[in-house]
Design a protein around this ligand. Structure first.
Ligand code: HEM
Ligand SMILES: *[C@@H]1O[C@H](CO)[C@@H](O)[C@H](O)[C@H]1NC(C)=O
Ligand SMILES: *[C@@H]1O[C@H](CO)[C@@H](O)[C@H](O)[C@H]1NC(C)=O
Ligand SMILES: *[C@@H]1O[C@H](CO)[C@@H](O)[C@H](O)[C@H]1NC(C)=O
Ligand SMILES: *[C@@H]1O[C@H](CO)[C@@H](O)[C@H](O)[C@H]1NC(C)=O
Ligand SMILES: *[C@@H]1O[C@H](CO)[C@@H](O)[C@H](O)[C@H]1NC(C)=O
Ligand SMILES: *[C@@H]1O[C@H](CO)[C@@H](O)[C@H](O)[C@H]1NC(C)=O
Length: 835
């Protein structure tokens, strides 16, 4: 009935619109509303069905690997409302579109059907409008000192730039099958550069497959380098799926059908697959990444210009340790211990790890982590819930869980130390200051210790050398190609075994090694099998896997991903390529061009780029032309750049991304005024080995945990690893009855509230004048010399600024025959801050 009304009235609405646009507005809107209500019901029902079905599968212990991935990629909190709004909007437009076409059987001009004002109404009621409106930064406190959880207002001119739950950035335009929303290869026979694209699983089988026996280990770097990469990724990117388990248009469950129907985009199995049965009814279910509000539906987009589909990043683009603290306000609060005033993060109140803290449990009803009974085949085994962290993938594997645990402890350790230094600090100050220090550690580790091993010497010196200062015009957003392809390079560096070592760095039967495929979603191993120490030792005591052209992806992630029982396991290689197609990422040569690299056009040229004729031949048997190679595949096939662990293409893309993240971050730890010079100096001594020492029972560590232990990098006792001095965070308590000021940090970036006595100010000018005569310009230069020594002048703009400031004051003094006190006071304050 509703449908009928909707269709009929739309018909009228169209006729009216053609004759008189102003009437269309009055008539069209109620029916738009009606279609919206129907779409809303459709979406809400699908969400509810999916939620109930997921819960019931988890309860019945029949979750498949595809379910696990889907549950892990469920949007939560504010991300969920972002995705839901987009689904409301898209489904309303789809309903309108289908019906109009059914009635009129001809193409109609969308702007006639839906005047701009109606689209704006739809945008409002679906919740989409709220997602793009700029929040006010004026009401947020301490914007110059602390990050917001969502990073809203990091960029003051464009408050949502780099914030969580905003679209990924495109460095090259998307190339959808229909140019707007359908994934590449949605229509199987579509040709690109004259050739049909190969099935991703076929590529995986023929190029990525490798046997653990032939595995080559890295001769320089440890497995913690790989896991630290995943750790960083979980600070930067999370691409949610739609929560719907079934297609909106035909109601089919994505995992019960091989049909391609939004949001189902299954991976087809090629004939002769060594593991999976091939055939029309056999496929690996894949869920498309959720679209951004108002993107993806051509005819009905704002102003009738096609808005290509975009994907959502639920995390902030900044290196802000979102994986520890959460990227949304509510989660951030949930992670804090608010029962005490010590600024701590919440810890597990049920279990400890040899007396040390563990992550708190997640309150989710569906417990994906109840894997113990199935894995140990012991029906009486005690199950535990998943851990809760700032990022939902905290339980993805137990090595990653160990890193989360270690950094949680470091936060609490810092908060306790800071409280000793400044007992009057309140909970919020302790939390924020500890969080700020943690964020700086992380930035130091990534730029000083991690990235050089990945992108190599050249990219390091060209793009990631000396900090150039904050530039609000640099766009820090994460590029779609970074999350979907380039930063997935390290999937090739994953070892099939997570090693656990005892105090002597020896394998020990009491806590044996765990095959990676038995380490997914297994918090119980951390709780009942010796805690994080053996795992951390295993990470720093063993090499990473080397991602070679002969030995790419281990079976643990290619053939057994998220498999706990006999269900169809996922294939990470296929997923990576399918995801690239889902996001319509341009292919290999387009990105080579983007990076100013050669674009091989035939087998000989590809062989040269890859330095490998055999691999080039095998790739072209599948793709036929180098231009069609999926960018993740092409990127990981390249030989490493000098000093790095990625090829030239990924070195370029990864370096560009981190360059933007650093330069576009107003609160980057090296930016002026974020930390005092003394604090900055202290932070530069931070190192990962010390974090391990301070937060585990481990007493000997490699000096550089990313490098394999050898003659230059020996296992050393923790006592020889330097600590970050926290004394620069000590603050003198404010004296006197000024209670309001107590507990506030003395801010050296700003002018302090005290004025010099007049005689001192006059003496200052006297010295200047004696030094430079009555020449104001010379005096200014003299003052400049002093200023340069007191605080950093990081840009030419600032130099000019101080110069004008001083000159102005001096001219004022000469004209009025008085000594202005502002300049000397300013300098003295700076001096006090510095020393
Ligand atoms: C240790 C074992 C690891 C496992 C089991 C794993 C598994 C996965 C899975 C299942 C996905 C989602 C695939 C999809 O449907 O698109 C994914 C995405 C991703 N992985 Fe890994 N991964 C691991 C390690 C790493 C490492 C070491 C890195 C990087 C250094 C990394 C970087 C990424 C990135 C950037 C994404 C995209 C995330 C997003 O935007 O949602 N992963 N990984
Ligand atoms: C649709 O209508 C608008 C305004 O009425 C017009 O500017 C536009 O060119 C039309 N587009 C098509 C494809 O007819
Ligand atoms: C919160 O902190 C207090 C004081 O340190 C501690 O006793 C309590 O166990 C903590 N609670 C949680 C849930 O972390
Ligand atoms: C699990 O236990 C059942 C019955 O106790 C047995 O049949 C099965 O082989 C065991 N499986 C494994 C992997 O140990
Ligand atoms: C294994 O670990 C236990 C307890 O940590 C220790 O007592 C034992 O000596 C270790 N075994 C070997 C062979 O090192
Ligand atoms: C190219 O491959 C050859 C043999 O496989 C190897 O010896 C050489 O070092 C490689 N060159 C580069 C630049 O990787
Ligand atoms: C500076 O201190 C004086 C008295 O000590 C006080 O009256 C004044 O309000 C303060 N100014 C600011 C900006 O805090």
């Amino acid at each position: 009935m509703n449908q009928l009304v909707c269709v009929l009235m739309l018909g009228i609405c169209v006729m009216q619109a053609n004759s008189n646009p102003s009437i269309s507005e009055g008539l069209g809107r109620p029916y738009l509303m009606e279609c919206f209500e129907e779409a809303k019901t459709l979406v809400d029902d699908a969400y509810k069905y999916s939620r109930d079905e997921s819960l019931s599968r988890v309860r019945r212990e029949v979750v498949s690997p595809a379910d696990i991935l889907r549950l892990m990629k469920q949007p939560r909190g504010d991300s969920r409302s972002a995705v839901r709004s987009a689904d409301y909007m898209a489904q309303t437009l789809r309903l309108l579109h289908d019906r109009v076409h059914r009635v009129h059987k001809r193409s109609l001009n969308a702007t006639d059907l839906l005047p701009r004002e109606d689209l704006e109404v739809l945008s409002k009621i679906s919740g989409c409008a709220a997602r793009v409106s700029d929040p006010s930064c004026r009401t947020i406190q301490n914007l110059d000192k602390y990050r917001t959880a969502t990073s809203v207002c990091n960029n003051l001119m464009s408050p949502r730039l780099g914030a969580s739950n905003t679209p990924f950035k495109r460095w090259l335009p998307a190339q959808y099958d229909d140019d707007v929303a359908l994934p590449i290869g949605w229509e199987r026979n579509r040709r690109f550069n004259n050739f049909v694209l190969p099935l991703v699983r076929d590529v995986s089988n023929r190029i990525l497959a490798s046997k653990d026996e032939g595995l080559v280990s890295d001769s320089e770097y440890t497995h913690i380098l790989t896991l630290f990469g995943q750790w960083i990724d979980h600070d930067l990117t999370f691409t949610p799926f739609s929560p719907s388990l079934r297609s909106f248009s035909n109601g089919l469950n994505c995992d019960e059908s091989c049909e391609r129907s939004e949001p189902c985009f299954p991976i087809q199995i090629p004939p002769g697959d060594p593991r999976l049965p091939s055939g029309p009814d056999s496929c690996i279910p894949v869920f498309r990444s959720a679209p951004v509000c108002g993107t993806g539906y051509s005819e009905y987009n704002f102003g009738s210009v096609a808005n290509k589909r975009e994907q959502i990043n639920t995390l902030t683009a900044f290196l802000d340790l979102g994986q520890v603290y959460g990227s949304e306000e509510k989660l951030a609060m949930d992670l804090r211990n608010l029962t005490s005033d010590a600024g701590l993060l919440r810890v597990n109140d049920k279990y400890k790890d040899n007396g040390r803290e563990l992550l708190p449990f997640s309150p989710l009803h569906a417990n994906m982590c109840a894997t113990r009974r199935r894995v140990t085949n012991d029906s009486n085994a005690q199950e535990v819930p998943c851990f809760l962290g700032g990022d939902v993938r905290v339980d993805e594997n137990i090595a990653l869980t160990s890193l989360h645990t270690m950094f949680l402890r470091e936060h609490n350790r810092l908060a306790r130390e800071l409280k000793k230094l400044n007992p009057w600090w309140d909970s919020e100050t302790l939390y924020q200051e500890a969080r700020k220090i943690m964020g700086a550690y992380n930035q130091v580790f990534i730029f000083r210790d991690y990235l050089p091993h990945i992108v190599g010497d050249e990219a390091m010196s060209m793009k990631l050398g000396r900090y150039p200062g904050y530039d609000p015009n640099v766009d820090p957003r994460i590029a779609n190609v970074f999350s979907t392809a380039a930063y997935r390079f390290a999937h090739l560096a994953i070892q099939p075994m997570l090693t656990r070592l005892d105090e002597n760095y020896q394998e020990n039967a009491s806590n044996p090694n765990v095959p990676l495929f038995k380490a997914f979603f297994s918090p119980w191993r951390v709780i009942f099998e010796g805690g994080i120490d053996p795992l951390i030792r295993g990470l720093v005591g063993n090499p990473a896997k080397l991602g070679t052209q002969e030995n790419m992806l281990v079976d643990a992630v290619r053939e057994r991903l998220f498999q706990f029982v006999e269900h169809l396991a996922l294939d990470l290689g296929s997923l990576n390529m399918q995801r690239g197609r889902d996001h319509a990422i341009p292919r290999y040569n387009a990105w080579r061009k983007f990076c100013g690299l050669s674009q091989p056009s035939n087998q000989a040229e590809l062989a040269e780029v890859l330095n490998n004729t055999g691999l080039a031949t095998r790739l072209l048997q599948l793709y036929r032309t180098p231009s069609n190679i999926d960018v993740w595949m092409g990127g990981v096939a390249e030989p490493f750049v000098r000093g790095g662990r990625v090829g030239p293409l990924f070195s370029c893309l990864i370096a560009n991304q981190f360059k933007n993240i650093r330069q576009g971050d107003r609160l980057w730890y090296e930016n002026m005024g974020v930390f005092t010079p003394n604090q900055k100096k202290a932070l530069s001594t931070a190192n990962l080995a010390r974090i391990i020492c301070d937060n585990t029972g481990i007493s000997r560590v490699p000096k550089d945990p990313f490098r394999l232990v050898n003659a230059e990098n020996s296992l050393v006792h923790c006592s020889s690893i330097p600590r970050v001095r926290l004394s620069p965070w000590r603050e003198r308590p404010r004296e006197g009855p000024d209670e309001a000021g107590a507990g506030k940090e003395q801010q050296c970036g700003q002018r302090l509230n005290f004025t010099l006595e007049k005689p001192i100010a006059c003496t200052f000018y006297l010295i200047l004048i004696v030094f430079a005569g009555t020449n104001a310009i010379l005096a200014a230069i003299a003052a400049e010399v002093i200023i340069m020594n007191v605080f950093f002048v990081s840009s030419f703009g600032q130099y000019i600024h101080t110069y004008i400031f001083i000159t102005y004051e001096l001219i004022h003094m000469f004209n009025s025959h008085t000594c202005p006190q502002i300049l000397p006071t300013f300098l003295f304050n700076k001096l006090i801050c510095k020393y």
